[in-house]
Design a protein around this ligand. Structure first.
Ligand code: GDP
Ligand code: IMO
Ligand code: MG
Length: 441
């Protein structure tokens, strides 16, 4: 038996790079697909023929038969959203069973008061910031920050395993609801106090529905790995949103880089033999925070319309701009990327010229090719542009990388040169078939 190879798929920008498409493609070569971070803030799109799926909590591998999908301990699970997602997938004819979906009993539960807190704090901060520097993060309001905060704070956190015991849940919720109600009032939420009986009943019912899926995924993953199964780790969010290594404080609340894999699964590092860093051929960002190569003019607008750059989770228009390779090179370093997947190259067809940034000019006049993972300082970085010729023809029907227009080949070559990492996959459309695999042209 050949040694199985384990792979990590991770976003190298600010999210929505096309991770769902790549995970779906790589699922064919793996047995187990594992989410290790984030929650329903993720929106991963997979297009299979005429069918389009948007996955938020379920690993994208769920769409292929015969795979084990794991929601690891590092994920924060909104059980109501998860059950809706499971139902939606089942209605489309895909089986979800205790064999193909395992949910960690240690994953933390997103409760309604987490979502209310998330939305209320954003409201308070955006009104406080009028005329001043932006304080709100522009979160997805999925309760991600407050749930991870409870995990770190410990005393008031609830884990998936606890949903199996209603009496225990009720005792805890009596205390939690009293405290949370006061906090929500302080944030200006005008609602009746939280009802521990209602919440305990509702969440115990969710626990009952998910009962057969909730398990010790740490032992399960070790068993699967020891049996010789190949693992595919599906990063949610992206490296520049990583709580430790992203553009703090405009980040999410988990380690979305590959550094989150060991802690979020219970598998010791190194977990993956291959790390596929996913990047768009340009850059987008949703929510607040610095974005040195953002284009607020016609080019950014054109990218948004051609790329249909509207959020999968919230529907918000994504901010668009040119490719920032200072940022991608940094993320590739943090994540240990062994290859790159360059997505949405088709969106760039029709531009006379394309811009790439591979260094920044700082306020003191110095030039750096190092990223600045600090929001305040990154605001002052000015991109230094390199201009490359564009191509006129649409490329979405091209089947072989060597058949791309010479300017597109040159664009990819220049990216490889700057990153020093090979591009093994080029994507020219959302569908599985619109993928050019293999190395150099
Ligand atoms: P993820 O969060 O990284 O999985 O990415 P999203 O699903 O949020 O956003 C990526 C969007 O681009 C989705 O609508 C995909 O269907 C789409 N997409 C993926 N690859 C390509 C591509 O090569 N070209 C085009 N035009 N769209 C793509
Ligand atoms: P996928 O997996 C794009 C952004 C939000 C916000 C910040 C914090 O689809 O690539 P949060 O709700 O996590 O507290 O929001 O992070 N964000 C994402 N942006 N894609 C994502 O996931 C994101 N997950 C979080 O827009 O700016
Ligand atoms: Mg997305």
């Amino acid at each position: 038996m050949s040694t199985p190879r384990h792979t990590a798929v991770v976003g190298l920008q600010w999210g929505d790079e096309g991770k769902g498409k790549v995970v779906d493609l790589l699922t064919a070569k793996h047995d187990v697909i594992v989410r290790y971070n984030g929650g329903a803030n993720a929106g991963h799109t997979v297009v299979i023929g005429d069918e389009k799926y948007a996955l938020h909590l379920l690993p994208s591998g769920i769409l292929s038969g015969g795979r084990t999908c794991v929601i690891g301990n590092g994920v924060v699970v909104d059980p109501e959203k998860l059950l809706q997602e499971i139902e939606g997938i089942r209605e489309r004819g895909i089986a979800i069973t205790p064999d193909n979906l395992l949910i960690s009993d240690r994953a933390h539960v997103v409760m309604p008061y987490h979502k209310e807190h998330d939305a209320a704090l954003e409201r308070v901060l955006s009104s406080a910031a009028e005329g001043g520097p932006g304080l709100s993060i522009g979160t997805t309001k999925r309760g991600i920050g407050p749930t991870y905060a409870d995990k770190i704070h410990r005393s008031l956190a609830i884990r998936m395993g606890e949903l199996r015991d209603e009496d225990h849940l009720l005792e805890r919720l009596k205390v939690i609801c009293a405290i949370r109600s006061r906090e929500l009032t302080a944030l200006g939420v005008d609602a009746p106090p939280l009802d521990p009986h209602e919440l305990a009943g509702r969440f115990a019912a969710y626990g009952q529905q998910l009962r057969e899926h909730i398990t010790d995924t740490v032992y399960a993953l070790h068993d699967l790995r020891n049996e010789g199964r190949s693992l595919l780790f599906e990063g949610a969010n992206a490296c520049l949103l990583d709580i430790d290594h992203g553009t703090f404080p405009y980040v999410t609340s988990s380690n979305c880089s590959t550094l989150g894999i060991p802690a979020g699964t219970g598998l010791s590092a190194p977990c993956a033999d291959d790390v596929v860093g996913i990047m768009k051929a340009y850059t987008t960002r949703v929510g607040a925070g610095p974005f040195p190569t953002e284009d607020n003019g016609a080019d950014g607008e054109r990218i948004r319309e051609r790329g249909n750059e509207y959020g999968t989770t919230t529907g918000r228009p994504r901010r668009c701009g040119w490719l920032d390779l200072v940022a991608v090179r940094y993320s590739a370093m943090i994540c240990g990327a062994t290859s790159i997947a360059c997505m949405l190259l088709d969106v760039l067809s029709g531009f006379d010229e394309l811009k790439i940034c591979s260094s920044y000019r700082l306020p003191d006049g110095s030039i750096t090719d190092r990223f600045i993972p600090d929001a305040r300082r990154l605001l002052d970085a000015e991109p230094i542009w390199e201009t490359l010729p564009g191509w006129a023809d649409e490329i979405d029907a091209i089947e072989d990388r060597a058949d791309l227009p010479p300017e597109a080949i040159r664009y990819l070559d220049r990216i490889e040169e700057i990153l020093g990492i090979p591009i093994h996959l080029v994507s020219v459309g959302p569908e599985r078939t619109q993928t050019l695999e293999g190395t150099r042209c």
